[in-house]
Design a protein around this ligand. Structure first.
Ligand code: HEC
Length: 122
């Protein structure tokens, strides 16, 4: 192989890695995060909700990044700065979500893992 084709191969491999990682976050969102939000949050935070609470919709990644009255619900790659996680962990007295009772640690971990993975899409 010529030197140029080595470079081409290296670029192709690098690109496929980054797209695998991007797919990862999307796959986790579709298969795990969204169903969880749909079950636990959509009554109050969905385009289909009777009344969208705090202006926050959780239907799509775009909705989540846009966030509600306090700003974006998620900062990609930064779980500790993502408001949604503070709400799920009941760290904010006024925003304990869902209000009916804290999610299991496993469910919260799924959301945290997804936020970490989101970074690679930026
Ligand atoms: C029964 C209705 C209800 C459910 C279910 C619910 N929320 Fe909320 N949510 C609210 C209300 C009402 C507010 C506004 C703050 C308040 O008054 O407590 C809010 C605010 C928020 C905010 C802050 C938005 C902002 O920017 O002001 C976040 C983040 C949030 N909810 C996430 C969630 C998540 C994630 C779930 C599911 C795990 C969830 N909520 C389930 C009613 C709900």
């Amino acid at each position: 192989m010529s030197r140029l084709s080595y470079i081409a191969v290296a670029i192709a491999i690098a690109c496929s890695f980054s797209s695998v990682r991007a797919d990862d976050a999307e796959k986790i969102f579709t298969s795990k995060v969204r169903p969880l939000l749909a079950r636990k949050c959509f009554d109050c935070h969905s385009a289909k909700a009777e009344e969208v609470k705090s202006g926050l919709k959780l239907d799509t990644l775009a909705d989540i990044l846009k966030g509600g009255s306090t700003g974006p619900a998620v900062v990609p790659g930064e779980p500790e700065n993502s408001f949604i996680l503070k709400a799920l962990r009941y760290e904010e007295a006024d925003y304990q979500m869902p209000p009916s009772g804290k999610l299991s640690d496993e469910d919260i971990a799924i959301v945290e893992e997804w936020i970490k993975k989101l970074k690679s899409e930026k």
